[in-house]
Design a binder for this molecule. Structure first.
Ligand code: RNT
Ligand code: ZN
Length: 417
């Protein structure tokens, strides 16, 4: 009997597409999985407040939230067993482990992340890292690196410097470059008089943070912009224009978060411009619903368009694909799995595009054929290729992962209540 995969392979071959090559590329493209989906952006500081602040709003009260690093790692292992391929862990600095000691953000060291590093090593995965410039008394008035108070700026500069060193240690220990992404909440709820001074201070703070040269094979710096946040509706110091200028002039990686632009703007069109001027891109694949709401990522048009751009522009080698969302209203493990699988499906669809035919249509000026081909491509049998990918990576095919996630959720809820 001919398998549905074999039939699909032939259908794609007829369009000039090699499904085996698509599966190979998909299999070696990791997703940087954000740790903060598992505990509602809570972190493991002894003073953990519950509300992350900085405009980050987690809604929902589904039971079973991870309360300890061990629980979070167990949840992540469950997730990794339900998604095809090898991925990465994206850790925030406030997920440190201090053995009960209070260690403030300007005191953190690599040793506080050793358990995470050992765990990643045991799984054979890489890690990425982030300074945590929110959920802290020194971020309570909404400013950190751009604060007018030098002592507060210095505190956050020290935190971020340490994060870069920790990132480099992580990269070296795991033999895989660690991307360290700087995002700060700094902004005003209401109309500022001086829009430029905080931005000048932010430049100085960033330059101080990045002054130390670290080996690029261990650590890469990225900066993440935002249009507005809750509590910073009128002004955000680290806007897109700000960070684009900063990243171009300093040759840093740019982080584009799908929720950080005007709702009618999408990331896809930005990629080819940004990558003409900066060395690398970090994506925070997310789904904003009406605002930067960080809903679970789905196989939707904006996500597909982003992956199409990465493939069409041959940008996969210069891009780190990270996720950034947090939903506390549904099974948290399932939320992770849905978003990771959706991101991978979007990438697979992009890899299965009849690129040669589409390009020929465009280059010959036949825009009728270009549109017709794009539309017909949507009904090619990609589902069987996805199933084959899951099968080859020994993870559940179709919806069978859901019952596993639900059983795991019931068991952990019982243990954690
Ligand atoms: C916030 C940014 C940022 C955070 C994480 C927790 O708007 O998107 O990336 O979500 O760092
Ligand atoms: Zn983000």
């Amino acid at each position: 009997m001919t398998s549905s995969y074999e039939l699909s392979r032939e259908a794609y071959a007829a369009q000039g597409v090699d499904t085996e090559k698509a599966l190979e590329i998909l299999g070696r493209t990791p997703i940087s999985v954000h740790c903060w989906q598992g505990d509602d952006v809570g972190g493991f500081e002894s003073s953990s407040a519950g509300d992350p602040g900085g405009g980050l709003a987690v809604t929902g009260n589904y039971p079973g939230r991870a309360r300890t690093p061990g629980e979070l790692r167990a949840d992540l292992e469950k997730v990794f067993s339900l998604v095809p391929g090898k991925h990465r862990l994206n850790l925030h600095a406030f997920y440190l482990e201090t053995g009960g000691k209070t260690v403030d953000r300007d005191q953190i060291e690599t040793s506080h992340f050793q358990a995470w590093i050992d765990w990643a090593k045991s799984l054979g995965i890489g890690m990425d890292f982030n300074p945590t410039c929110f959920a802290h008394p020194r971020a309570a008035d909404g400013f950190t690196l751009a604060h007018r108070d030098e002592a507060i700026r210095d505190f956050w500069i020290e935190h971020a410097k340490r994060c870069r060193r920790i990132g480099a240690d992580i990269g070296r220990a795991l033999g895989s470059t660690c991307v360290v992404n700087v995002w700060i909440p700094d902004g005003y709820k209401d109309l500022p008089i001086d829009r430029v001074a905080p931005r000048k201070r932010l430049i100085e703070s960033l330059d101080a943070i990045f002054a130390e040269k670290l080996p690029e094979k261990d650590e890469i710096d990225a900066v993440e912009c935002k249009l507005f946040g809750i509590g910073s509706e009128s002004y955000v110091a680290g806007s897109h224009e700000f960070y684009l200028g900063y990243a171009v002039s300093r040759q840093k990686a740019v982080c584009l978060d799908a929720g950080h632009f005007h709702p009618t703007e999408t990331l896809a069109d930005k990629i080819s411009s940004v990558l003409l001027f900066v060395p690398r891109l970090l994506l925070h694949v997310s789904r904003g619903v009406r605002w930067d709401s960080d809903h679970v990522v789905l196989l939707d048009d904006p996500t597909r368009a982003v992956m199409e751009e990465l493939v069409r522009g041959d940008f996969l080698g210069r891009t780190s694909i990270g996720l950034d969302y947090f939903d506390a209203s549904i099974n948290r493990v399932a939320a992770w799995v849905i978003g990771i699988r959706a991101t991978q499906k979007a990438l697979l669809l992009a890899l299965l595009e009849p690129a040669k035919n589409l390009r020929e249509a465009e280059e010959s000026g036949n825009h009728t054929a270009r549109l017709a081909l794009l539309e017909e491509t949507k009904s090619l049998p990609w589902g069987a290729v996805w199933d084959e990918f899951c099968r080859r990576h020994n993870v559940p095919v179709g919806t069978t992962w859901l019952s596993e996630a639900e059983a795991y959720g019931q068991e952990t809820t019982r243990l954690r209540s």
